[in-house]
Design a binder for this molecule. Structure first.
Ligand code: KG4
Ligand code: ZN
Length: 338
């Protein structure tokens, strides 16, 4: 098969995924198996349960990814795998599979940082997207504003000082009885709510692009408590819409401020929270206002998937970044250390 073929493997949270990509940009297959249903009863991902499901899913998922792409292991040029950050038990399952295949088939192995994967999802759908650009990576574990200076070269300009944006969604959703994961549930409820019902405070830091979501979260929880104490009914949709307005508002404000300060013409969305409809709308409006180009992955490529890892592995390999068999799972690892 023509071009450079990468197989990408992702298992850092509750999705077991494998995908095949040509030349870092052309998606040939993307197979995702999730253990989400199992975790719902616990209100969040239970690492041990997730690891067991990864073990069960990993081989069939890789098999299907190769089959869907109509390639054999022999056709694969590079094997990319998420090594961190994430849940170590899950990461180890993906790593064992990737190392085993790389060793048996004699293929180069590339360890991919989960967040560079999220960012790279954009290369799959925007064929002419090239660094430099500013990106917001917002997921269940991170909320970073990153300056992508070149392929594989990242500078973190801002980060959350407490909860990640997705984590705030998940916690408020639980308090409202909307279940896990909170992002899609709040996104849906907010569509029927009034965003001006309440003004929850956005936290801003002087001379910093950092975020803090604990103030918004506490304000919502206090509001809920006062409604309950007064025996009043809870306007769930309105609270969701007002909460979302505050969270997405500050994500958008800080990202575009960074883009303007650094003279960037392109802004890119990434991570699970990038699937949010209000966030996408706010980013579109801000990009139009400032005359910037906006790129955002389709929703399936916002949340965890193997395709983004296969794309990131291609660009890393092109830069000569190859891992050896000592590549290990890392629960936390800075993007700047790639
Ligand atoms: O990137 P991801 O799939 O996994 C991590 O790397 O964490 O992100 C999952 C997070 C969860 O917190 C989930 O609630 C959030 O992304 N999320 C959303 C939406 N879809 C997923 N948050 C807001 N709106 C959504 N539509
Ligand atoms: Zn993720």
């Amino acid at each position: 098969m023509d071009g450079l073929i990468t197989l990408g493997i992702e298992s850092s949270c509750d999705e077991t995924s494998a995908a095949v990509v040509r030349n870092g940009r052309e998606l040939l297959s993307n197979v995702i198996a999730s253990s989400l249903e199992l975790h719902k009863a616990y209100g969040g991902v239970v690492p041990e349960l997730a690891s067991r499901k990864h073990l069960e899913f990993i081989v069939p998922v890789i098999d299907k990814a190769l089959k869907d792409a109509k390639v054999s292991l022999e056709d694969v040029d590079v094997i990319g795998v998420t090594f961190g950050p994430g849940l170590v038990g899950g990461l180890l399952v993906g790593l064992m599979a990737a190392k085993g295949l790389a060793y048996a088939a004699g293929k180069p192995l590339v360890g991919v940082h989960h967040l560079e994967g999220h960012i790279s999802a954009n290369f799959l759908e925007s064929p002419d997207l090239e660094p430099p650009f500013i990106t917001l990576v917002a997921s269940g574990g991170h909320s970073h504003i990153v300056l992508v200076e070149d392929y594989g070269k990242y500078k973190i300009l801002g980060r959350t000082r407490d909860d990640a944006a997705g984590e705030a969604y998940d916690k408020i959703s639980r308090a409202l009885g909307l279940g896990y994961p909170g992002g899609p549930a709040i996104d849906k409820a907010a569509k029927n709510g009034d965003p001006s019902y309440a003004v929850f405070p956005k936290t801003r830091f002087r001379s910093s692009y950092d975020f803090s979501f604990s103030g918004i979260k506490t304000a919502v929880l206090n509001h809920l408590n006062s409604l309950k104490m007064a025996g009043a009914s809870v306007p769930v949709n309105d609270i969701c819409a007002s909460f979302q307005e505050a969270v997405c508002g500050i994500l958008c404000e800080n990202t575009f401020k960074a883009a303007r300060d650094f003279g960037m013409k392109t802004v890119v969305l990434a991570g699970g929270v990038a699937a949010n409809s209000r966030l996408r709308e706010m980013f579109e409006q801000a990009a139009a206002k400032y005359g910037m180009r906006l790129e955002k992955p389709s929703r399936v490529l916002c949340t965890d998937n193997g395709a983004m890892i296969a794309s990131a592995a291609y660009f890393a390999y092109k830069k000569g970044r190859i891992s050896d068999m000592t590549l290990n799972a890392e629960a936390s690892w800075s993007l700047e250390d790639m």
